[in-house]
Structures are given as C-alpha cells and as structure tokens.
Design a protein around this ligand. Sequence first.
Ligand SMILES: *[C@@H]1O[C@H](CO)[C@@H](O)[C@H](O)[C@H]1NC(C)=O
Ligand SMILES: *[C@@H]1O[C@H](CO)[C@@H](O)[C@H](O)[C@H]1NC(C)=O
Ligand SMILES: *[C@@H]1O[C@H](CO)[C@@H](O)[C@H](O)[C@H]1NC(C)=O
Ligand SMILES: *[C@@H]1O[C@H](CO)[C@@H](O)[C@H](O)[C@H]1NC(C)=O
Length: 410
Amino acid sequence: MNDFWRSLSFFQGGAKTTVKPTTTFIMTKKPVPGQARHVIWLSWKLVILLCIVFSFVALFRLHFQYEIPSSSAPPFRHVIRSRGPQDYFKGPAKIAFLFLVRRDLPLDFLWESFFENAAVANFSIYIHSAPGFVFDESTTRSKFFYGRQLSNSIQVAWGESSMIAAERLLLEAALGDPANQRFVLVSDSCVPLYNFTYIYNYLMASPRSFVDSFLDGKEGRYHPKMSPVIPKDRWRKGSQWISLIRSHAEVIVDDEIIFPVFKKLCKRRPPVDASKGKLNLKLQKQHNCIPDEHYVPTLLAMCGLEGELERRTLTYTQWNQSATKMENKGWHPTTFSYANAGPKQIREIKRINHVYYETEFRTEWCRTNNTMVPCFLFARKFSRGAAMRILSEGVVGPFDASSLLDASSS
Ligand SMILES: *[C@@H]1O[C@H](CO)[C@@H](O)[C@H](O)[C@H]1NC(C)=O
Ligand SMILES: *[C@@H]1O[C@H](CO)[C@@H](O)[C@H](O)[C@H]1NC(C)=O
Ligand SMILES: *[C@@H]1O[C@H](CO)[C@@H](O)[C@H](O)[C@H]1NC(C)=O
Ligand SMILES: *[C@@H]1O[C@H](CO)[C@@H](O)[C@H](O)[C@H]1NC(C)=O
C-alpha cells in the first residue's frame, strides 16, 4: 500500500495536485471466508485500476502545465527539436554569409576581394533580395554571388515582421547544407573589417552565438497581450545583426509559437504623415515595436539559451547622436563616406574591446572562447566610396588595384 502511494507521488513529481489516501484503502487483517475473499480481491483490482487511471490523469495535467509557458515555467524547451545526424557534421566547417538586401549588392567588389582570399570549402553565400531579382553578370561584378539569391524570397517592409520572415528563410536555406556551422547575417551596406582567415578563426573558435541582447525596461515595445506566451521578463532588445551557431539557427527556423505573436503584436507605428492631419495624434499613440530588434534575443531568452551566447553584436554601427528625438527614428546610423573611412577611423573601431549596456549596468568584455578579442568583425553603414577606401587600405586582404578600377568603371 505504502509503496503504491510512494510510486504515485513519484509520478506526480512537482505537480500542485496532491492526492491523499482515504480510509477506503485501509486493509483489514481479519480472516475471511472464500466467497467474501473473492469479492475483496475483485474490489482490490478495481482500486488498483482506479489508482493507475488517476496517476495517468495526474501525469497528463503535469504535462499540460508545462505546455503553457509562464515566467515560472521552465524554459521554453519544446520549440527545440533535434534534426538528426546533420548536427554532428564532421569535415571542413563553413560560415554561411546571409545577405539581407533590398535589391543588389553595392559593395560586391569589396566582398569579392574578401572571398577571393578564402578557401571555397570554408564558406557559402545566400542572398535574400526583392522577389524576382536575380544575381548574374548583369547585376553583380562578383561571380561569388551568381545565382545565390533565394527563389522563395518575399517582399520585405523595413520595420515589419516580414524582415524576420526573410531572416528565417535565409537560415532555413543555409541549414540545408550540413557543412554550414556558423550563420552570419549581413546587410547591403555592411563591410568586413578583417580578412577571411581572421573572421573564420574568430567565429569557429567560439562555441557560442553572438547575439546582442539586453533588457528593455523603459521603451514600452512589449505588448501586454504577448503574455502569457512571451512573459515580460523574457523580453529582450538587440541589434538585428547576429552570428549564430547551428543549433540556434535551428531553434529560429523551427519556431512556430513566438513568430506568430510577433506577427500579430509587434508592429511599427506608422510615421507622421502630414496629409492625415489630426488623425496623426491618434496614430502616434499606437503601440510601437520593431520586430527585428527583439525577435531573436527574445526567442533565445525564452528557450533558456542565453548561457550559450556572447551577448553582443559583431557589427559596428555608429549612431548619429546629433539627430534629435523629435525626428522620426531618434538616433540613426551614420553612413561612412570615403572621407571618414580612413585608416585612423577603422583602427579606432577595431580597437574597441568592450561594450557597456546602460540599461543593465553591464560591461561586456569582448571574447571568443574566453580569449579577449576586438569586439567588431564587421561595420555598417558604408557607402561605395568608403568601401573602396578600406579595400585600397588592404583591410580585407592584399590590395589589388585592378579590382578597384573594375569597380569605379561601372
Ligand atoms: C579553411 O578551413 C580549414 C579548417 O577546416 C582551416 O584549416 C583553414 O585555415 C581555412 N582556410 C581559410 C582561408 O580560412
Ligand atoms: C589576416 O589578418 C591577420 C590579422 O589582421 C593577419 O595577421 C594575417 O596575416 C592576415 N592573413 C592573410 C592571409 O592575409
Ligand atoms: C577554446 O579554448 C580552450 C582552452 O583555452 C582550447 O583548449 C580550445 O582548443 C579552444 N577551442 C577552439 C575551437 O579554439
Ligand atoms: C547627423 O544627423 C544630423 C541631423 O539629422 C545631420 O545634419 C548630420 O549630417 C548627421 N551627421 C552624420 C555624421 O551623419
């Protein structure tokens, strides 16, 4: 009897439901005649059967409690699925460069030189561009990009959830090649600050993803209706420009729970439109959210994966602080031109070795696999002139004058 209850409470684990034995189960020791003994035996069988059913009900309820994520529930593990043997790929690992672009790649001449200095077995390229836009001789100077656009690309509206949908398409395509072990998202104005070998060793040395992720207490982009699927304490903010390990790329592509919530409740507030007159007052009170600044860090926080992150971005952005708050976007990124992309400026970016997160009073010393390293491998936003300058300075590899001539002639 006691053993039975012990095993039942074992089954129940941490569930709140408690089952108390009642007097019905007290066994009598009085000897009984044959017929009565048979009846007692039968009712015992019934009781045991009931107990088994009962414990299954308890198990079932326990299971259900785990299905509803709340801040006290364990991390959001059930979005994590195993994809089988691809995870244990042996062989030369590749970095997948995921280009998220509007149309063409204006800085292709710089990337050409960058990939020229790589081993072809060490990288792959995927491009998400406007639907129907094709990368070939007529649209790019670099053979590395020929035919690399996704055929299933979608129309992307900046600041909308279509942006994260496009990121997910890129990750999904890149997961198709088991050799891809690191996934780096780059924009059409992004440049590498080092040669391929340096970037390859930096990323491969780290068993973690690089995802900018911090608490966003004040900004009010969290929508109360996101609860209980996304509890407020797991809401994160961070740069869109991420570098992922394979298992985290899988989590993002497999997510069927958080993405729909973003699609529904994380929308950008429309910009002030003079023609709408007084309606603007009402529109500006609408909830404002920028999906690509929240989705990945929030999803990974919900999955309890923050311990597998370097919580910083690898892509440097210079913010123009002189832009006033009254302007639509507040601070906005500076675009580097030929004049301010000189060796001194680039050296200063490369020298940065820590990042301070004001909202958390956290200083992030930049490391890869516990070794102190420069924080940034990439930078944005670069004009063509600025990209030509860093090419001619030999930033991505030995300078080859003919590539610059090719670039300026077209
Ligand atoms: C390519 O990857 C191999 C390891 O798979 C590494 O030894 C080699 O240095 C890499 N080449 C370049 C150019 O990064
Ligand atoms: C790549 O860059 C690193 C550091 O900037 C340098 O030490 C190395 O010699 C470069 N390698 C090549 C192949 O250019
Ligand atoms: C990471 O660091 C450890 C200890 O310093 C070292 O043994 C290991 O080889 C490093 N891993 C890579 C991939 O560089
Ligand atoms: C910063 O923003 C101001 C106002 O929008 C603009 O006038 C200025 O040129 C910008 N500076 C840089 C370096 O982009």
